[in-house]
Design a protein around this ligand. Structure first.
Ligand SMILES: Cc1ncc(COP(=O)(O)O)c(C=O)c1O
Length: 436
């Protein structure tokens, strides 16, 4: 029952002739699941339509940004008006200020700087942390992705305080060597790394609730422990909320732990939802740290299109529309779909673990009882996921084309869209079971 894909295949051929791998971001190439990547022609609400005319319920939502669904009429109207006034001035604008105010109002940060991508946000936050502390070493967790920043592409070495080995050619060893990679959710590893290298550590950066190895939530109190450990050692705690920010609650993951437990990160990074589907991202934090940033202070950072009027208009419109009702709806959709998925897989006898951070969730095809870290996530049965993915795709559900990604819903996932997902799940679960 495969759907037609000849137009996508033709575009993929043309793409590969002019672009490495035929895509502008690797996961889009379907390398992890095989088959033809679908070239999308349009999106509306919960739905994507590809160039062959197939419709899909979208559970990727542009990897997070489309909290309100595609082509939200009020966001489109705001963007249309902004475009008609011109697309970029290279000067300050009122919209940038309003977006910054909205971000500050929803989070514990005091000052914010707008940039154009999540990668730029984390790169700049790291530079600022190094400039502020006068130290070089960065601590990160295996399986946490913070964009393609040289020093943050270092991966695990498992075990204590392993100095990172770069996982991609092109990253100088000297850069990776400034990075300590630790297993996620492992307090003892964090203690040991800080005991040995504490006076050289500029910052610890973590996904506030990791979604880039699949969803691996922090154990209760883990982020508070990280904040406290950093404080004790004079290092900055950088909470990367590019994925979770303004998605898992109006105040992101911080709204689900820090706001309740009473701690704040020194720096935070944002992207995705706050750009409303346009390239906008941000980093921000304590006023005294942010004051180190040019032109107020000596740490340089800049951007021709930073705070672009169209991107900030889309982001501002999105955040203003992201009300408590919107979050309640997204939470509800995520709960319904994730519970149905785990039920279908259980009925088909497929070993799996469902993990969620609010409305962000993923399913690990594994015999493990839980997935607390990257080493466990990496042990999953990717063949089962592949079969599951393609069975869902054939039934009009577009899942992330990798077993190591979060599933994303939107407030536009209405009952018809949710039902299409629920209807597809039993057969997909059987397909996953068939690979065993
Ligand atoms: C947690 C996190 N940080 C940073 C990034 C990088 O953002 P961008 O892809 O906009 O450069 C991502 C992207 O997925 C992310 O999930």
């Amino acid at each position: 029952m495969s759907r037609p894909d000849s137009q996508s295949a033709a575009w993929f051929d043309r793409a590969r002739a002019v672009t490495p791998g035929g895509v502008n971001s690797p996961v889009r190439a379907f390398a992890a699941v095989g088959g033809t990547p679908r070239f999308m022609a349009s999106g509306r609400g919960a739905w994507l339509t590809d160039v062959d005319g197939n419709e899909y319920v979208d559970l990727v939502c542009s990897w997070g940004p489309m909290l309100l669904g595609h082509a939200h009429p009020e966001v489109l109207a705001a963007v249309g008006e902004a475009v008609a006034r011109g697309t970029s001035y290279g000067t300050p604008t009122a919209t940038e200020v309003e977006l910054a105010e909205e971000i500050v109002a929803r989070t514990p940060i005091e000052r914010v700087r707008l940039v154009s991508s999540g990668t730029e946000a984390t790169m700049s936050a790291i530079r600022l942390a190094r400039g502020f502390t006068g130290r070089d070493v960065v601590v990160k967790f295996a399986g946490c992705y913070h964009g393609h920043v040289d020093s943050l592409l270092a991966s695990a070495g498992s075990g204590l305080a392993t100095f990172g080995v770069s996982t991609t050619p092109g990253v100088p060893e000297s850069s990776a060597a400034q990075t300590i990679v630790l297993p996620y959710n492992d307090r003892a590893a964090v203690e040991a790394a800080f005991a040995e290298h504490g006076d050289r550590i500029a910052c610890l950066i973590t996904e506030a609730s990791p979604g880039n190895m699949g969803v691996v939530p922090p154990a209760p109190g883990f982020n508070a422990f990280l904040a406290e450990t950093c404080r004790r050692h004079g290092a900055l705690f950088v909470s990367d909320e590019v994925m979770t920010g303004f998605r898992v609650s109006r105040s992101g993951q911080w709204g689900r732990d820090g706001a309740i437990e009473g701690w704040t990160p020194d720096l935070m990074t944002f992207g995705k939802v706050m750009g409303g589907g346009f390239p906008a991202a941000a980093f921000g934090g304590r006023a005294d740290v942010m004051a180190m940033l040019s032109p107020e202070g000596p740490v340089y950072q800049a951007g021709t299109l930073a705070g672009n009027p169209i991107a900030t208009t889309a982001g501002l419109a999105t955040l203003r529309l992201a009300t408590d009702e919107v979050y309640a709806r997204v939470d509800d959709v995520a709960r319904t779909i994730s519970e149905a998925a785990t039920k279908a897989l259980a009925a088909a006898g497929v070993p799996h673990v469902l993990q969620a951070a609010g409305n962000m969730f993923s399913i690990f095809f594994t015999e493990a009882a839980e997935v607390p870290d990257y080493a466990t996530a990496a042990g999953q049965d990717v063949e089962a996921f592949k079969a599951f993915f393609h069975a869902m795709l054939d039934r009009g559900v577009y899942l992330p084309p990798s077993a190591f990604e979060a599933w994303f819903c939107s407030a536009a996932h209405d009952d018809r869209a949710v039902q299409q997902v629920l209807d597809a799940l039993p057969a997909a679960a059987e397909a996953a079971g068939g690979t065993r």
